[in-house]
Design a binder for this molecule. Sequence first.
Ligand SMILES: [Cu+2]
Length: 766
Amino acid sequence: MTKIKYIIILLLFTLNSIFGQSEEGNIDNLPVHEYTITLKEELVSKAGKQVKGMTVNGTIPGPTLEFTEGEYAVIYVKNEMSVETSVHWHGLLLPNFYDGVPYLNTPPIEAGQTQKYEFPIKQSGTYWYHSHTMLQEQSGVYGSIVIKPKTKILNYDKDLVLVLSDWTNEKPMNVLRNLKRGNEWYNIKKGTATPLNQVIARGGFSAQLNFWRQRMESADIADVYYPAFLINGKQSIEYPEFKPGEKVRLRIIDGSASTSFWMTFGGETPLLVAADGNDVVPVKKNKTFIAVAETYDFIVIIPESGKIEYKITAQDGSGTATAYLGKGTVLPAMEIPKPDKIGMMKKMSKMKMKMGAHALKFQPNKDERFEMKDEYGMHMEGMSGMNMDKMEGMKMDNMKSKDSMNMNHSKMDGMKMENDDKMQGMDMYAEYNYDYLKSSNKTNYDKNVPVKEVLLNLTGNMNRYIWSLNGVPLSEADKIKISSKEVTRITFNNLTMMHHPMHLHGHFFRVINENGDYSPLKHTVNVPPMQKVVIEFYGNNGDEYGDWFFHCHILYHMMGGMARIVSYDTPRNPKMKEYPEQKLINETNKWYSWGMINAASHTTGFNLMTSNLRNQFNASLEYGWNKNLETEVTYERYLHDYLRVFGGVNIENENEKSLDQFKTTAVAGIRFLTPYLFSLDARIDNELRPRFSLGRSIMIFPKLSIFGYYEYQLDLGIVNNLPSNRNYSSETVWSAGASYILSRNFSAFSSYDNRFGVGVGLMTRF
Ligand SMILES: [Cu+2]
């Protein structure tokens, strides 16, 4: 008996070493489909300028990797770049180790190295791949994946992949640095800035005050300025090869780093057949929103005469790109008007919603999710005891069909709400809901499976460009623990003015909509500003190692901290021992440095700043040609978004207009961004002299800002001897002026300073 056992074990052992590689090999004898892709740094020209980009097999986007369901994919990724990289297979269900998030599940691909990815293809549809290393995707590391089903279900003649993207001529890390410093330049360049004169002309001054009170400048829709948007690498591209009558399946992928688009089609209304790789009940739909990282498949029929225009319009209206299908005269696509930012501000401020939830909480470990949800966002008080939550509950549980939904709408109309604007507010983002997506199959889970509820408030701070969940950025957060025996239901409650396309690795989730049991399955869900979206998924991808990344797919938001690790709480893969996950986490808490030098007829100086999420160093110098000087070095700690404590050293000339003697003092205090966006500095020095200052800058015309600064220092003679018969002495400093933005890095300015006098000069940012 033991002998037989021994032989069996030996036999199994031998078999394993022949066919073996139990976790890496193709144990099921699936047909192997192999690809090699090469990543290179090359000069590319996309928007009228040659810049260094990152290509896949020499192109942007990279090649389409085609598979058939049931194959075994083997992909070699050669990194011929000077920096490490990674490739993530977006939307594919695969073993954790090949997911391609460096330091979390997959080792990074070092410069000069080749990495092998291999996994069985268990699905069909339109997907894509991209670098998951910081902002490399923005530089060009992305391409498409097409997986044919084992048996063809949909009726069409040809496939065409359309990869959408955004292109910048700047280094992506510089883009992020520019966002961190709060430069208005991108908004000016895009034509989305809202200077005060325009706001007032539109009767929006009280809305503006309302925004300022909540420490916000405006209702920003997108952050980055892009000189070009691309379809398959081009701003305009032609596909004349399609013949009249042919049915073409467009496989559309938004591979942008931060741009969502409105898509419109010329000619007949196309048929939407799939979303995020999954078939949906086909529906005729023209104007469709595609968020970053989503994919949609449409079937279009090439017309007998003329060519279809397929147009993408950046969500903030800052640009378009076009593809033409067929030959002949253009069948134009609908134009999408620019969103009206000032109009939105006016609507929002009428709705009385509270904005400005912290992106960086005072106590990141304290659970304040529900308080946050109750305090901020849109509330429908005054609606006969009905609140948003209840309405959503109704929508989810009872409103299974369009009819019942309409019925409820009319019921609500009948309630005669005192304020129509509240309704408008709800409708404002209605065009972004997913009700048009209905899964071909039931997607609901067994009612007996336990459900774990997770509330994630989406939080952000435009002033410092910090993005987080529940006020906690990735670097200060715990993992979200999930279990393979339960359904995880996540409620996203967006408390920001931005859309956030949230992507969960390794899973498809149901996006709960009016289709109830037939709610669609997706890998990326767009959460519109100030809206709630509920998703749920069954934990079925944590068999062996189960840490999966979960983040906003706007790369600059991910890098700003809007990310989590979703964990089945399994032990860490021993193959990842040399690659600590802390490295991935630290990428969302990097130090960014910037500075400014000004040279004017009355004064000259500089300001240097280096900052990560919680810490900041400042150094400044101001020298007046009339021999007044002040220089200061401080370290600051952010307690939360608006409040920091600081300490440092200040050096000033002792007597006015003389550099003979300097006074060096140690200073400590707080800096606070007040409602209405004033920078307050309250401090005390080592001579126990208190000092207060207040500063503010406002853009009043396009590119033209005015600024003012007031400072008051008091000496009560606690340490110093005051001049006789005085019981205090004081010093006031103030300045005011105007500056005009000439370019991203230059401004002209003119100011009066009561120490330095009046003058004009130039300011440069670097
Ligand atoms: Cu985001």
